[in-house]
Design a protein around this ligand. Structure first.
Ligand SMILES: Nc1ncnc2c1ncn2[C@@H]1O[C@H](COP(=O)(O)OP(=O)(O)OP(=O)(O)O)[C@@H](O)[C@H]1O
Length: 307
């Protein structure tokens, strides 16, 4: 288990991390999210030991992580860091050797990964000539070659097309199924929601929310009502008790809750101060087609907690 405990980091006067703690368990895929400049890269660099912290600790399996421990980690840095002029196969093998493998083992492992990542046709190409998506596949192969127990990936999905996203996601899912702990940062919250067992949200160098997506949702989901009313007078929704988060007066095509004929349609997302009062008001205003608590997406939760 990776334990990041109370990390602190300053760059001059700028406080980048102000007590960041998080935990990633074996077999868990952990999504690390936060706005630009929130502190994700800084945290990951400290986990990998390429940057020193000003306080706090990184532990792996209960012991402080040192150089030897970190050899069992795999890393995809934000700045990438492949050798542009080296060929794909040589490069992946080379990183295997750096990770402590002997030549035949590095060769075998590189072959298997290159095939698994769909790079067989590119094995002899220089990295500089590959597309971004293929370079990222090579980068993942380099992070995985020595069969690390922990994978730390800084925005591994950025800039990839949906096919490449699926290829990477498939490989990561295989690794977690084999017991590897994976932490990756991303701004693609739909992807994080789809792939991750656990999520941590960082803001201005502090963790402000964390847990499984279901837990985050459970904390938020009683807060928003979705109300659909047809045939009401314009302006009725302004009397609803609470804060209107969104309004829509165009019925979705084919929605069974849609209006009859040219009746007015109103969909309102409300953070109610009194849900029962809201129900009464909606029922008095028109025909209530839908009234229920809404499950927020991770993107909505993110906006809510980061605001
Ligand atoms: N080498 C540096 N010197 C000075 N300030 C830095 C340095 N590296 C990062 N920072 C600052 O530290 C803060 C955290 O940056 P970091 O790169 O960790 O954020 P991030 O969450 O990874 O952002 P992004 O999503 O944009 O990659 C930011 O305010 C950034 O400007």
């Amino acid at each position: 288990m990776l334990e990041v405990d109370g990390l602190k980091k300053r760059y001059g006067d700028k406080v980048a991390l102000d007590g960041v703690s998080l935990t990633v368990r074996p077999g868990e895929m952990y999504g690390f999210v936060g706005a630009n400049g929130a502190g994700k890269t800084t945290t990951m660099r400290i986990v990998m030991g390429v940057l020193a912290s000003d306080g706090g600790e990184v532990r792996w399996k209960g012991a402080p992580a040192g150089f030897e421990t970190r050899r069992r980690f795999g890393y995809m840095p934000e700045e990438r860091g492949l050798y542009a002029k080296m060929r794909v196969g040589e490069q992946v093998e080379y990183f295997g050797r750096l990770g402590g493998m002997d030549a035949p083992a590095a060769r075998r492992s590189a072959d298997a990964l290159i095939e698994r990542l769909g790079l067989t046709d590119r094995r002899g190409d220089e990295v500089a000539g590959l597309s971004l998506g293929n370079q990222q596949r090579v980068q993942l192969a380099v992070a995985l070659i020595h069969e690390p127990e922990l994978l730390v990936l800084d925005e591994p999905f950025s800039g990839l097309d949906p096919i490449a996203v699926d290829a990477l996601a498939g490989v990561l899912a295989e690794r977690t199924a084999a017991g590897v702990a994976v932490v990756f940062s991303s701004h693609q919250l739909d992807l994080v929601e789809r792939l991750c067992d656990a999520v941590g949200i960082i803001k201005d160098g502090r963790m402000i929310a964390g847990g499984t997506v279901a837990e985050l949702r459970a904390r938020e989901s009683r807060k928003r009502l979705r109300i659909v009313v047809t045939g009401a007078e314009p302006g009725w929704a302004d009397r609803l008790p609470g804060e209107i988060v969104a309004k829509n007066d165009r019925p979705p095509q084919g929605d069974p809750a849609g209006p009859d004929g040219d009746q007015r349609y109103d969909e309102v997302i409300l953070r109610p101060s009194d849900d029962q009062e809201a129900l009464l008001l909606a029922a008095r205003a028109g025909r209530v087609q839908h009234f229920g608590w809404q499950e927020p997406s991770l993107a909505e939760i993110f906006r809510e907690v980061v605001a």
